[in-house]
Design a protein around this ligand. Structure first.
Ligand SMILES: *Cc1c(COP(=O)(O)O)cnc(C)c1O
Length: 351
């Protein structure tokens, strides 16, 4: 199926306009000169209603489009206190006249007297914010599980009072949200085609895996031989790959595509750039952030896009990617994290 046909079918699904698509795609001229690799950047950081867009807006157009069609008036979602996804969900809910309710796990404890970054934006946007601390003896995952439960109970109560709630999973990574990146893949491919280029590699940072699922589905559906390299932003295991495939196939099914199946060989997971962990900075990532900033004037972030770019740059500079290849770095947003707690940004604020 060609990418135009893919887009035509995607655009029949319920959808609300929340941002500006197609997002720009352009060449990183200075880095190309230095490396000899044709490096392009896909600007999903420019997707939103504000300077603070990102890959979640693309998903939310479909997720909240479907919820709106069902008559939902209240949106629940989850994430870390500095979650980009939560903040983008709040802006989307406001645009659609829905009430945003957040359950946020304090992976990094916010300072009540100095609220920053996405949590500051959530506050200005007037979201109902519930902070869920990680209790002694609990893992981050346990606290997350507990936050989902709290949200479900809260939603059940509101439903009894006559509200209709939509429960948006972390990262918007259900089959609906992931399907948005089938559209995204086709959008990028057509933009590259218009430049007379074929993307040999696409890099992005993977968290919940919704973006990866959609990109992989788009690749398989279009028959493109693009290699999708997903740079991890946290620890993942073999089950994660299966989850991504399941999500990709559910997204294809939701969007009404049949005849293809996404398997684990559709993408490569790159684990080398996330240590020491989620929302914890590292040298390679902070160096990559400074490099992109100083060579191209483009800002990424220490939690996601900086780690992803560190991976992309390493593949290029180490020769894992042959000179003359065409690479797309997918900027998924997140630069609000540059204004987050120093535990998150590490040495970026050192003069
Ligand atoms: C959420 C997020 C990602 C990861 O996307 P997933 O679909 O959750 O894997 C990457 N970059 C940024 C900036 C994000 O906010």
């Amino acid at each position: 199926m060609d990418c135009k046909q893919i887009q035509e079918q995607m655009h029949k699904l319920p959808k609300e306009e929340l941002g500006f698509f197609p997002t720009p795609l352009h060449k990183l001229e200075n880095i190309v000169k230095e490396t000899g690799v044709e490096l392009y950047i896909k600007r999903d950081d420019f997707s939103g209603r504000n300077l603070f867009g990102g890959n979640k807006i693309r998903k939310l157009e479909y997720v909240l489009g479907e919820a709106k069609r069902r008559g939902c008036d209240t949106v629940f979602t989850y994430g870390a206190t500095q979650s980009n996804h939560a903040m983008q969900t709040v802006t989307a809910a406001r645009k659609l006249g829905m009430t945003p309710i957040l359950y946020l796990v304090s992976v990094v404890d916010p300072d009540e007297n100095d609220v920053r970054s996405n949590l500051l934006l959530d506050t200005i946007l007037g979201a109902e914010i519930h902070i869920v601390p990680i209790l002694p003896g609990e893992t981050e995952d346990d606290a997350e599980e507990r936050s989902f439960q709290m949200g479900k109970e809260h939603a059940a109560k509101l439903e009894k009072e006559g509200h209709k709630c939509v429960d948006v999973p972390m990262g918007g990574a259900n089959e609906i949200g992931s399907s948005a990146f089938i559209d995204g893949f086709a959008e990028m491919y057509l933009q590259m085609e218009a430049l007379g280029k074929k993307p040999d590699y696409v890099f992005h940072g993977t968290g919940t895996g919704g973006t990866l699922a959609g990109l992989s589905a788009g690749k398989v559906l279009s028959g493109a031989d693009t290699k999708i390299i997903a740079v991890q932003v946290s620890k993942k295991d073999e089950i994660y790959k299966e989850k991504v495939c399941k999500l990709a196939n559910a997204a294809l099914n939701y969007a009404g595509f049949s005849g293809v199946t996404v398997t684990k060989d559709a993408f490569t997971l790159e684990p080398g750039f996330y240590e020491p962990g989620y929302e914890l900075p590292n040298q390679a990532s902070n160096d990559a952030i400074r490099k992109l900033a100083r060579m191209e004037g483009i800002l990424t972030d220490p939690v996601y896009s900086g780690k992803a770019f560190a991976g992309c740059l390493d593949y290029i500079l180490s020769g894992k990617i042959p000179a003359g290849s065409t690479v797309v770095f997918w900027h998924t947003g997140g630069a609000t994290a540059l204004f987050a707690e120093s535990a998150i940004i590490g040495d970026l604020n050192k003069l």
